[in-house]
Design a protein around this ligand. Structure first.
Ligand code: AMP
Length: 118
């Protein structure tokens, strides 16, 4: 998988374009989705150059994977979603309709979400 260094999330990581940041550490950056589908819709991205979940799960170091997952859990908790609940989504490849080729998970919550893919 060839990583496009000019994808929009790479540019956000480099500070070239702004984002509404909610969290950052050495492994992850989290910010509000620009087109939220739920009252809370946060994207969490790893700092490293990974195209998608397939790439990240195969190529990231254990520290990067643990750091990213812990950051995502913290972001959801800090967003106040632990009690009401939330959905994690990660798209990989054409069938999934992945639009941005830098691995990210969506944290969606703030209302009842209904069945998956309804
Ligand atoms: P995906 O289809 O999983 O690749 O999701 C990409 C997500 O990125 C969509 O929900 C977009 O609304 C969101 N998005 C695109 N550009 C930006 C941006 N500049 N800042 C925040 N979110 C963005």
């Amino acid at each position: 998988m060839i990583y496009d260094r000019n994808n929009i999330f790479a540019r956000i990581l480099r500070g070239e374009i702004p984002c509404k940041k909610v969290y950052e550490d050495q492994y992850a950056l989290a910010f509000h989705d620009i087109d939220p589908k739920t009252p809370t819709h946060i994207l969490v991205i790893p700092k490293g150059p990974f195209v998608s979940f397939a790439d990240f799960s195969a190529q990231a170091t254990e520290n990067e994977i643990v750091g990213f997952i812990r950051a995502a859990g913290l972001v959801a908790r800090q967003a106040g979603l632990d009690d009401s609940g939330y959905r994690l989504l990660a798209n990989h490849g054409p069938d999934s309709h992945q639009e941005v080729p830098h691995f990210h998970i969506h944290i969606c919550g703030g209302r009842p979400l209904g069945p998956l893919l309804a």
